[in-house]
Design a protein around this ligand. Structure first.
Ligand SMILES: [Zn+2]
Length: 85
């Protein structure tokens, strides 16, 4: 209980945190159970995301890398389509 201006963000989110508990989810890619932490659930809640994570961090990263390269290809094609008009 110090009189500093710094409000402890953890103390502030304690009320919200009680609604969330660490959950174990089986990754749809590698079937390995991973922990969806309460903190991440709060993050999802804050962002208004409804879809629970389906992949562990490693598979999510691998998927993101796949998507990034796909996006690059898509952008490439779009550019070509626009230029082709
Ligand atoms: Zn996985």
């Amino acid at each position: 209980m110090s009189a500093t201006d710094d409000v402890d963000p953890i103390a502030e989110s304690n009320d919200v945190k009680s609604d969330f508990q660490d959950r174990s989810i089986a990754c749809i890619d590698c079937n390995e159970p991973f922990t969806w932490t309460a903190g991440e659930q709060i993050f999802f809640h804050d962002k208004g995301l409804k879809n629970e994570p389906k992949r562990c961090k490693r598979c999510k990263q691998a998927k993101n890398e796949r998507l990034t390269s796909q996006e690059r290809t898509a952008r490439c094609c779009k550019r070509r389509a626009i230029n082709g008009r």
